[in-house]
Design a protein around this ligand. Structure first.
Ligand code: C2E
Ligand code: MG
Ligand code: MG
Ligand code: MG
Length: 275
């Protein structure tokens, strides 16, 4: 009997595993198809200067469409893109689309800085610099309007290589920001050598900063660390007025989050800028 039960259990897991695998394959073919047809959608989440409520930039966030035309979240397909090696092509297409949208906004009179997320594999790929140069030149966008967001974890994979890479990227004239700061484990001795301009405080700390003393202290410490290194601070995931006020009091310059705006299309962003 025990043997029988064991087998049933085994079958149960086998079926689950198979379903999981099928879902994965479907998602991967969906992604391959979208890349082939250049059908990825890029949305923008504006960044606001806390003291004036002005829009000072926006972050490009990729979306994949399912068969019904609904958005699939990057949390679901970015890891898959990383494992399957599609992430480099994905990153290249997002970069290009972001530059096209910068050109679109610029034609309407808004030279808005845009940041693009760069995955670890894309960051270490040899083509990154050329892809950036091409995307900028093709759309006649000055490099100073482009910012790359690289997670703290990705920067620390190979700190020595990172240092070199950042120096090369900075020569292009673009800005670099450390994304999700506080969730990785940075070596401070490397951090001070890295040529970065902006630090983004991870939203997990912002979320609880007003009801968890430790999170509050972490936010405060990140802001003072960033400032002492001469960096600009951006808080992610600002959802309430109270959080905005607290961040502002702590000296954080810029905020991003549902309090201000969710990610929106380039056309919606234009309308927001025109207001
Ligand atoms: P991220 O770069 O840290 O982006 C912030 C994420 O938080 C976005 O999710 C954004 O929509 C969400 N968010 C913004 N404000 C709030 C808020 O107030 N509350 C909450 N709960 N969430 C908020 P999204 O667009 O689903 O992206 C998730 C992650 O996927 C990004 O995290 C980034 O790591 C990755 N990603 C997105 N687009 C790209 C891309 O083009 N390339 C690469 N390599 N990664 C991307
Ligand atoms: Mg980001
Ligand atoms: Mg982030
Ligand atoms: Mg994040």
């Amino acid at each position: 009997r025990a043997k029988q039960e064991g087998r049933n259990r085994y079958c149960f897991f086998a079926i689950e595993l198979e379903q999981e695998l099928m879902k994965r394959q479907q998602l991967e073919s969906r992604l391959r198809h979208a890349l082939k047809k250049h059908e990825l959608v890029v949305l923008y989440q504006p960044k606001f200067k806390l003291s004036t409520q002005e829009i000072v930039g926006a972050e490009a966030l990729v979306r994949l469409l399912d068969e019904k035309g609904q958005f699939i979240s990057p949390a679901d397909f970015i890891p898959l893109a990383e494992e399957s090696g599609l992430i480099v092509e994905l990153g290249k297409q997002v970069m290009l689309k972001a530059c096209e949208h910068m050109k679109f906004l610029s034609a309407k009179g808004f030279d808005l800085p845009i940041s693009v997320n760069v995955a670890a594999a894309q960051f270490s790929s040899a083509e990154l610099e050329q892809d950036i140069k091409d995307a900028l030149a093709f759309n006649m966008i000055p490099a100073k309007l482009l910012e790359l967001e690289i997670t703290e974890t990705a920067l620390m994979v190979d700190a020595q290589a990172t240092q070199h890479k950042l120096e090369q990227l900075k020569l292009l004239g673009i800005d670099i920001s450390i994304d999700d700061f506080g969730t990785g484990y940075s070596s401070l001795s490397y951090l001070k050598k890295f040529k970065v301009d902006i630090m983004k405080i991870d939203m997990s700390f912002v979320r609880d900063m007003l009801n968890n003393k430790h999170d509050f202290e972490i936010v405060k410490t990140i802001i003072s660390l960033g400032h002492s290194m001469g960096l600009k601070l951006v808080a992610e995931g600002v959802e309430t007025l109270e959080q905005q006020n607290a961040l502002s009091t702590l000296g954080c310059e810029i905020g991003q989050g549902y309090l201000f705006s969710k990610p929106i299309s380039a056309e919606q962003l234009l309308r927001l800028l025109e207001k």
